[in-house]
Ligand binder design. Structure first.
Ligand code: ATP
Length: 465
């Protein structure tokens, strides 16, 4: 089972402290969200899983953390100033402003039962290009529109990797093929953000640029498409809720030769099966486009440098073939926020207890669970039991995220931990004072086992692994 719709996750997130609307006490700020005590842990665990899988478990990938604000020329030569647009239309009747290619995802402001353009009163303007980059000014400026001070918040983390290609290559002494991985915030002034954390103007990306010889790019692209599907499923996301989409020639970004998107079933409630899916990640073959455009050497047909501002040549000398070339780049790019939403939707389960009540269980993979174990005293007015529970919590804490909770009856405490995905609850009762053992309750089966306190940590670590 998975969540019936995104709304279910919105309400669970707010109720339990995963995600809150940003600036809520001032009425919010369209589509901005803050990650609460559990949300930040879940997001960190997703990032850790991605980083471990790429940077630690393989031998061919380095990490990087580049600046959010870069020289404006980065965005000139990457093509973002010229082409990072969405087609925008206004409705003269309802005064709504929409993205032309996403009309099916939004409602007419006057007639919410139809999409913009579908009611006879709708009057949409011609589409015009709207650049998605957030602008800011850098340093002390005399006027707001001083072109010398204009800067952008990065719309993707990728460019920070391309402009550091020579730095990483020279310091790490890598040979092709190798990759550079980066996790960080990106900003896009989206025309129609929405669907909770699915599309926001500030979000976080996990991007890896894998540099290879041009003739290997097709094969390596396919290997990354396959590899990422496996990693996504290792996060606990069911293959039934995933599918691939091959972008058409018209849809490809200006730098891409081939892009395959991994789609997740974010909208299971939609009747039309085709409309249940949207992009979780994109895997592009960016060719040698980016390294070339940021390099000082390449020339156009008329013999003019295509980049007269760059001071570096980002080519690669292959010692095996004795030739200099611009490597091709395979880019698997995935959003932290969209991954978190998919993970929560897929983990969402309902179960009926003996009394016929419906309980929510978030069946997160233990690796991702914000809290690994909750230690609960059966009687909170009995000092020895409370002391023992707190001591157990402290002894587990260095090896796993553990919490102590005595703020309710045991049934309520179990239900709360199930709902936030805690794999194990440890209960300390009167008997524990005698037999030095505790009850360990499994989140998914609700089965209980008696375990000696001296072996508890090992037992939990084994089951969490
Ligand atoms: P879309 O078509 O949904 O606008 P995109 O194809 O422009 O997305 P990419 O440029 O490929 O997105 O970015 C890589 C990943 O970053 C996306 O697959 C998604 O997971 C994430 N992402 C992109 N835009 C947003 C956004 N506005 N909010 C949240 N995540 C985003």
């Amino acid at each position: 089972m998975s969540a019936p719709n995104i709304e279910t996750i919105v309400s669970l997130s707010k109720r339990r402290g995963f995600v809150f609307p940003a600036s809520d006490i001032y009425g919010g700020l369209g589509s901005s969200w803050d990650y609460g005590p559990l949300g930040v842990e879940l997001a960190n665990n997703i990032k850790k899983s991605w980083w471990n899988w790429l940077v630690y478990e393989r031998d061919d990938i380095e990490g990087l953390d580049s600046s959010i604000i870069q020289n404006r020329l980065v965005w000139k030569y990457s093509g973002h100033e010229q082409t990072f647009h969405d087609p925008l239309v206004d409705c003269r009747t309802c005064k709504g402003r929409f993205r032309l290619d996403k009309l099916q995802d939004v409602q007419c402001l006057n007639h919410p039962d139809v999409h913009p353009g579908e009611n006879k009163e709708c009057s949409l303007t011609e589409a015009r290009d709207f650049n998605l980059m957030f602008r800011t000014t850098m340093g002390a400026v005399s006027t707001e529109d001083d072109p010398a001070a204009l800067a952008y918040l990065r719309p993707e983390t990728a460019q920070g990797i391309f402009i550091n290609f020579a730095n990483v290559l020279n310091t790490s002494r890598r040979k092709l093929p190798f990759g550079v991985a980066q996790i960080g915030k990106a900003f896009r002034n989206e025309v129609t953000p929405g669907n909770f954390i699915f599309r926001t103007r500030e979000f976080e990306q996990m991007e890896m640029e894998y540099f290879c010889r041009p003739e290997d790019a097709g094969r390596m692209h396919q290997e990354w498409i396959d590899g990422f599907q496996e990693w996504i499923q290792e996060l606990g996301i069911s293959s039934e809720n995933l599918k691939l989409y091959e972008q058409t020639k018209d849809e490809l970004a200006h730098y891409s030769e081939r892009t395959v998107d991994v789609l997740y079933r974010y909208f299971p409630e939609r009747e039309d099966e085709e409309k249940q899916w949207d992009e979780l990640m994109g895997i592009a073959n960016r060719t040698d486009y980016d390294l070339r455009v940021h390099s000082k050497k390449p020339e156009d047909a008329g013999g003019k440098r295509i980049n007269p501002d760059s001071t570096e040549d980002l080519s690669y000398f292959d010692p095996q073939t004795n030739e200099r070339l611009y490597p091709y780049v395979i880019e698997p790019a995935i959003g932290v926020n969209r991954t978190l939403l998919a993970v929560m939707m897929d983990a969402y389960t309902e179960k009926t207890n003996d009394k016929g009540e419906t309980r929510v269980i978030l069946k997160l993979k233990p690796e991702l669970a914000p809290i690994k174990v909750a230690v609960l005293p059966l009687a909170k007015n009995k000092a020895e039991i409370v002391d023992m529970a707190k001591t157990i919590k402290r002894s587990l804490q260095p090896s796993m995220r553990a919490v102590y909770d005595d703020t309710g009856g045991i049934g309520k405490l179990y239900a709360r931990q199930d709902e936030i995905g805690t794999p194990f609850c440890v209960t300390v009762d009167h008997e524990s004072l005698v037999d030095n053992a505790v009850t360990v309750r499994d989140r998914d089966t609700w089965e209980q086992e008696r375990i000696g306190i001296d072996v508890l940590k090992d037992y939990l670590q084994k089951r969490l692994a």
